[in-house]
Design a protein around this ligand. Sequence first.
Ligand SMILES: C[S@@+](CC[C@H](N)C(=O)[O-])C[C@H]1O[C@@H](n2cnc3c(N)ncnc32)[C@H](O)[C@@H]1O
Length: 288
Amino acid sequence: MRPPQAVARVAATLAEAGVLDPRVDAEILVAEVHGVPRSALFVPDGELSAVAVARLEELVARRRRREPLQYILGEWGFRRLTLTVDRRALIPRPETEVLVERCLALVAETAEPRILDVGVGSGAIALALADERPDALITAVDASVDALALARENAERTGLAGRVELVRGDLFAGVAGPFDLVVSNPPYVAESELPTLEPEVRDWEPREALVGEGVTEAIAAGAREVLVPGGALVLETGGGKAGEAVGLLDQLGYVEVRVTADLTGLTRIAEGKVEETRMTSPREGAVP
Ligand SMILES: C[S@@+](CC[C@H](N)C(=O)[O-])C[C@H]1O[C@@H](n2cnc3c(N)ncnc32)[C@H](O)[C@@H]1O
């Protein structure tokens, strides 16, 4: 079978299964089994080998069950890194790349910034920051043993193992601080919203990475206790929901609060700073 013909067939079968972008997924899967980049699929010559056709059938059957493409491929790009992805952690999203962008901007003027990533998952945020800010001192926490194991594998894979301290814990328990920046892409789906999610998310990604009512609030409050005066908190929210997080940050006394939209134009990221003139420095006692 020639690759364009395989793409057409796979796209049709994935469309039938309800996959949202069947043509894109078909091209990626055919390119994967054929061992070429997507852009090389439509050159005039070339034929899929018998082994490639058999593997394609297997991968398409998985995708038809609405297993995420990223889990099927086993790796996915995030910023400048290629990370292993599997059911142990959330698939890194493009909107989270914008979150990393905001973090980099906020510590641009800080030498050796101390950064805490709450809910490290696959390691995407912490490792991207380690990669793009070689002088940063990064700690990353997750409550999930499985997610931490995957983050550790990704730290090894990307050559950043010595750069991120991985800690198992519930939010801020077990991290001393202080930090110049706290970042988090917390679980923010309400239990009642779960049934409305696409099967790829609802049925395949870890529940503890998705559902977490009150977690955003707990992180926003807890971050104030570990941030230095002038330190920043950056939070990812549901699409279009960053405004709600802004209200929360305002209420908690953060200053310079602002939102950033994701690549689709939805407000997605909320950030704020701890005021410079605080009378007490948490965990350090009173400041004269
Ligand atoms: C939405 S995922 C984000 C993963 C990764 N940072 C990313 O952006 O791709 C949220 C992560 O927070 C972790 N988590 C949930 N509740 C937690 C808690 N109370 N303490 C620490 N981590 C928690 C989950 O295990 C999950 O890995």
